[in-house]
Design a protein around this ligand. Structure first.
Ligand SMILES: *Cc1c(COP(=O)(O)O)cnc(C)c1O
Length: 446
């Protein structure tokens, strides 16, 4: 079931030790408590305050290398275009760039961010259902590697803009293969009823139309069927088999297809879900698209960065309600939106070593925002906690900071990068002054 993930425990939650065992960037030190790589999280909290996002550079590197190795071992000619929307922090982008990542972007702002981090536009794919004309122009001026077109209307727009600029836009068609990725309804993108992509039946005629239009070089087919896909490889395999069939059809009509873009979506285990491996994904690509003899592209976001980040928060107070114990934190739904938005489950680990041997009892873990939806977990087994005790939300590296808002006039949290024994602030905490700075008072008001 798509909604099987829930805030409430459905069966025994993994223990703190279980959570730590499969997260190699984290460990428990007898004196210093929870470490990321070699840095105590308590030290980061003391230096930079909370809430603070903390990212592990070596986890980013290890995961990027594991994905590349899986693609190479399958004998695929593949390029990896990191989906910057998962985490667009400059330090994170730079670590991935130095591993050889290209980018997948969905706005001019993201293209500016990835270029600022040194990822060339020539290694960047521009996806998205509503690229504005000025965004398309900016991407073409920058020398974008590929635009993934999502509608007939957009193809006409790209053609007019590129022809007006006297350039040829490299365009792939994003097709909607109408497969069910069996993930959360808000992050499934490959069904016929979703807004994304071009209906499978319409794609061949549109591809031919692209070849006839000025300013467009048709270069391939793309798809992206959803995010947090953990339900084995069947949806991927079904989607890629349909792409392979379509590419055969296009070639049969004498149309050139230079490459195929397999999208992102590979899921990670937040709780104890069985998560597919990059080897399984590489195998699914190989068995469906491998025979075409063209390069493949991947656009992973969450799989690369999700497990590399935690959100560090402090307990404001422990409140004994009439029916429940509440741990009220200084982090809230405006920081980490995933529980409120997707009913997502995140592991929550106390940072102090004493808390890992203390007796546990259920607690609802909440933030201070004035919404009942500001609940991170219900009935989670936690020790007794006191004001200023620290907790870490696990797997918060993807769709964490980037989805934060300033709701309740709460400044955006700080971000820190850990690399071995080093830690550095990579985005300072927003100030209250900055929150007000963009507002203007009309002259006719007092
Ligand atoms: C969001 C997105 C991705 C990345 O998805 P993940 O689930 O984070 O891997 C890749 N491609 C496109 C087009 C996207 O919109």
């Amino acid at each position: 079931m798509a909604t099987a993930l829930s805030l409430a425990p459905t069966s025994a939650d993994p223990t703190f030790a279980d959570l730590l065992a499969i997260r190699p960037s984290l460990s428990m030190h007898a004196q210093d408590g929870l470490l990321m790589e070699d840095v105590p999280l308590a030290r980061i909290a003391a230096e930079h305050g909370t809430p603070t996002w903390v990212y592990s550079a070596n986890t980013l590197r290890r995961r990027f290398r594991a994905l590349k190795a899986a693609l190479e071992a399958a004998g695929l000619r593949a390029s990896v275009h990191y989906a910057a929307k998962a985490n667009d922090n400059q330090a994170v982008l730079r670590v991935l760039r130095s591993e050889g990542a290209g980018a997948d972007i969905v706005s001019a702002g993201e293209l500016r961010a990835t270029m600022a981090a040194g990822i060339p536009a020539g290694a960047t794919v521009f996806s998205g259902v509503g690229k504005a004309p000025e965004e398309i122009r900016f991407a073409l001026e920058a020398g974008i590697f590929q635009l993934n077109a999502e509608s007939a209307e957009e193809i006409e727009m790209i053609s007019a803009i590129a022809a007006g600029m006297g350039v040829e836009a490299p365009v792939s068609l994003r097709v909607n293969p109408d497969v069910d990725a069996r993930t959360h309804a808000k992050i499934t993108t490959g069904r016929a009823e979703n807004k994304f992509g071009i209906a499978f039946e319409d794609a061949p005629a549109l591809y031919a139309r692209m070849a006839a239009l000025p300013g467009i070089r048709p270069i391939g087919i793309a798809t992206h069927i959803g995010s947090q896909i953990t339900d084995g490889m069947s949806a991927y395999r079904a989607a890629y088999a349909r792409l392979a069939e379509m590419i055969g059809d296009l070639r049969g009509r004498g149309l050139p297809v230079e490459r195929v873009d397999c999208g992102g979506g590979l899921g990670i285990p937040y709780r104890d879900e069985p998560a597919p491996t990059p080897e399984a994904l590489a195998g699914a690509i190989k068995s469906t698209l491998g025979g075409l003899g063209i390069p493949v592209m991947l656009e992973p976001g969450r799989w690369l960065v999700g497990p590399a980040g935690v959100l560090l928060a402090s307990v404001v107070l422990q409140k004994q309600g009439s029916a429940r114990r509440f741990l009220v934190l200084d982090a809230a739904m405006n920081d980490l939106m995933r529980p409120a938005m997707y009913d997502a489950w995140h592991g929550i680990l106390p940072v102090s070593p004493r808390a890992h041997v203390a007796p546990l009892s259920p607690a609802d873990i909440v933030g201070p925002v004035c919404e009942s939806g500001d609940t991170f977990a219900k009935g989670r087994l936690m020790p007794a906690m006191a004001p200023q005790d620290l907790v870490a939300f696990l797997d918060a590296g993807a769709y964490g900071s980037v989805m934060s808002s300033t709701y309740n006039a709460r400044p955006l949290a700080a971000e820190v990068l850990v690399d071995g024994a080093r830690a550095a602030l990579v985005r300072r905490r927003q100030t209250h002054e900055e929150l007000l700075a963009h507002q203007r008072i009309p002259e006719w008001l007092d």
